[in-house]
Write a protein that binds this ligand. Structure first.
Ligand code: GLU
Length: 317
């Protein structure tokens, strides 16, 4: 598949930015104090293509907390380590139908998280990353984020401290998993490293490049480095389709038709396989946790560029 031409991509970005910049719907996440303090007016968009072109508009240089989008990259690493069959068996590949931090979802499914993209499944996935120490686990996860972006992504101590101090609910989830034998390392280590992986800072152009690495079948098109085994990419994208946009992932598939993942920091990353990735950042979130401006803009760009995976060529009768 050839990505659309550059002028068309830039026009789609600029049009979507203009259409949604004045949308003041939603509210910053406030259960993590740092996130509540980010300027709600920030709004950036970017596209990175599978052949290494980059387009951007708005606040594309602002670095924000990666949050839940980190789950995709840790999933990719754990899948490299243990293989897609083990991920499916131990974590799962279905939507939970419940909020991302739900304990009830665990109770309902025999303590199997169902998805690596909800908190329980992400903590379990972090525990599956091959490592003999906490520092090794963290170093491998950070290296993976950097390889996806092709740049030295860094941890924000400010975000990390804000999250580690307020993550009692995630610690409870980790202990619950551990008590049911569905966690594969020390529970507090897994939870701490998971919290750190959420606390790195990225720009919307980083996020677009990270998505483009998936769009290009696991090779970062900007550095040429293979980051993910080619055969694992479809499984990662399938997980994104099922749960990436929280409990509105089905609606997203229905309307937009490409896998995406959002985070409570206001980021959204959508992947058109073989083609390009779209990234957005804007802090105010809707009730399920998706960036309001980000979700609307990414949807508009994907529709504008005709990216839905479910469209077939029209046939005459
Ligand atoms: N660090 C956040 C948490 O664990 C990430 C949630 C998200 O972005 O969905 O609650």
């Amino acid at each position: 598949m050839t990505p659309p031409d550059g002028t068309r991509i830039q026009r789609a970005l600029d049009t979507a930015h203009a259409a949604h910049a004045a949308d003041w719907g939603g509210k910053n996440a406030d259960y993590i104090p740092y996130l509540a303090s980010v300027d709600p007016g920030l709004f950036g968009l970017a596209v990175a293509t599978a052949d290494g072109e980059l387009y951007e508009t708005g606040d594309s240089g602002y670095a924000f907390a990666l949050e839940s989008i980190s789950k995709v990259f840790t999933l990719a690493l754990a899948m490299e380590d243990v293989g897609p069959a083990a991920i499916r068996k131990k974590v799962g590949a279905d939507p939970t139908g419940l909020p991302f931090s739900s304990v009830m979802a665990l109770e309902l499914h025999g303590n199997k998280p169902l998805s690596p993209l909800v908190n329980a499944g992400a903590i379990a996935t972090t525990s599956l990353v091959r490592a003999s120490t906490r520092e090794e686990r963290w170093a491998r996860i950070l290296r993976t984020q950097r390889d996806f972006a092709g740049r030295d992504i860094a941890l924000s101590d400010e975000v990390d401290i804000s999250e580690q101090r307020t993550n009692a609910h995630n610690r409870a989830i980790a202990w619950l998993l551990y008590s049911a034998d569905t966690l594969y390392s020390d529970p507090m280590e897994a939870c701490e490293v998971y919290t750190r992986q959420c606390s790195t800072l990225v720009t919307v152009t980083d996020l677009a490049r990270m998505g483009a690495t998936l769009a290009a079948g696991g090779v970062n098109p900007f550095t040429g480095k293979r980051v993910v085994r080619h055969g694992n990419v479809p499984h990662i994208l399938a997980e994104m389709t099922m749960e990436g946009m929280y409990d509105t992932s089905g609606d997203w598939a229905y309307v937009v038709g490409i896998p995406a993942k959002s985070g409570v920091g206001g980021g959204v990353m959508a992947v058109s396989p073989g083609n390009l990735a779209i990234a957005a950042f804007s802090p105010p979130l809707d009730v399920v946790g998706n960036s309001v401006r980000g979700g609307k803009a990414v949807a508009q760009i994907a529709i504008d560029l005709g990216l839905s995976l479910y469209v077939t060529p029209e046939r005459r009768e």
